[in-house]
Design a protein around this ligand. Structure first.
Ligand SMILES: O=C(O)CCC(=O)C(=O)O
Ligand SMILES: [Fe+2]
Length: 356
């Protein structure tokens, strides 16, 4: 049986992040020529020697339009590609996904306008709790992060209920449309991934109660950094949820860990990057791998990324699919708990990994 974490000791997890100056404000202050020591991140020297840009290490590219309009052979080919991408890579790049390029551009611009708001106005959206539906801040969580991260963020819960800041003008409308279009992509992908696992098409939808599944629209803002080798945007982690879709403003910085090598990800123009996340790994009993990744910073230009984690409904217990469990050869390898419990535990720093 899968073990469970005693949750009766779990209290509402408030993140006591002090009202810190944003990294954007810090980076723009005229006097900044070196990295303040509170942002100094010790990179693992072992990591640094194994960065790869090799062609053979290139992330799989999947044409998702074939799942909708392809021939039966093309559809089954894409399902096969997804099976390999989810198990061998834990990520892939998606082309012909149907999110209009102009909409993505408008979303990136709107986030930029949000981050450009006066600090005081942004502070109205400074949430404290992981379940606050709108949260803006700078990368610092005392129970999780040992150093400050060179990154500001805004996170909004956009499904099942839509939340967004009421400024800048037009932000809400663009965010609603962008979130909808991205959720449509996830709907198609989850069906195909179910099939690729040998399960019925709607298996993941039902097991996660996806009708009420949580969608988060998050933007990361990484200003140019005076000493990029000594700082980090986001340290190595896997995402919670089922799938995260990600785009950026054309400035690279995302790295994934593949076969113990850090690989620079350069997104194809108008492609979506897809991360397999923890709850898909749990549900598939390890057949799909959630991908370790991190965000580096640079000294030339501001990087922005938009990440949309799509998860189960908050109150559905997620456990390995019994169809993918075999007592002898594939025993259940993960703890079972609701997505909400997972998020709250993760925030306290007490969830060391999805293995419990
Ligand atoms: O900025 C990126 O490319 C990565 C962002 C990320 O990993 C996250 O928001 O969880
Ligand atoms: Fe991430």
């Amino acid at each position: 049986m899968a073990s469970t974490i005693p949750l009766d000791t779990l209290k509402a997890s408030t993140v006591h992040s002090p009202k810190m100056k944003s990294v954007k404000a810090l980076a723009e202050s005229a006097s900044l020529s070196s990295l303040p020591s509170i942002y100094s991140f010790t990179h693992n020297p072992h990591d640094e020697t194994i960065i790869s840009d090799d062609a053979e290490d290139s992330v799989p590219i999947i044409d998702v339009s074939l799942l909708v309009s392809g021939t039966p052979e093309e559809r089954s080919q894409v399902v096969h590609q997804l099976n390999k991408a989810c198990s061998d890579w834990g990520c892939f790049m998606l082309i012909n996904h149907g999110v209009p390029e102009s909409l993505t551009k408008a979303m990136i611009e709107s986030f930029q306008e949000f981050f450009n708001l006066p600090e005081k106005e942004k502070q109205e959206f400074h949430g404290n709790h992981v379940m606050d539906p709108i949260r803006c801040g700078t990368g610092f969580n005392p129970s999780m992060d040992k150093v400050n991260l060179w990154r500001d963020y805004l996170k909004c819960f956009t499904y099942p209920e839509f939340h967004s800041p009421n400024k800048p003008a037009g932000f809400s409308e663009i965010a609603l449309e962008f979130s909808k279009k991205n959720r449509e992509v996830v709907t198609v992908l989850l069906k195909a991934i179910s099939k690729s696992l040998g399960l019925e098409e709607s298996y993941i939808d039902k097991a996660t109660n996806i009708e009420l599944g949580l969608q988060i629209l998050a933007a990361n803002y990484y200003p140019a950094c005076p000493e990029p080798d000594r700082a980090i945007g986001i340290p190595s982690h896997t995402d919670h949820g089922l799938l995260t879709l990600l785009v950026d403003n054309g400035i690279s910085g995302l790295q994934i860990l593949h076969k113990e090598k850090w690989i620079n990800v350069n997104l194809l123009p108008n492609a979506l990057f897809v991360h397999i996340a923890d709850h898909l790994e749990i549900l598939s009993n390890g057949k799909c791998k959630s991908i370790e990744h991190r965000a580096l910073v640079n000294d030339k230009a501001t990087r922005m990324s938009i990440a949309l984690p799509h998860g189960p409904s908050l109150d559905t217990v997620i456990r390995p699919a019994p169809e993918l469990v075999d007592k002898e050869s594939h025993p259940p390898a993960y703890v079972e708990m609701t997505y909400r419990e997972f998020l709250e535990l993760q925030q306290t720093g007490r969830l060391r990994s999805k293995f419990g």
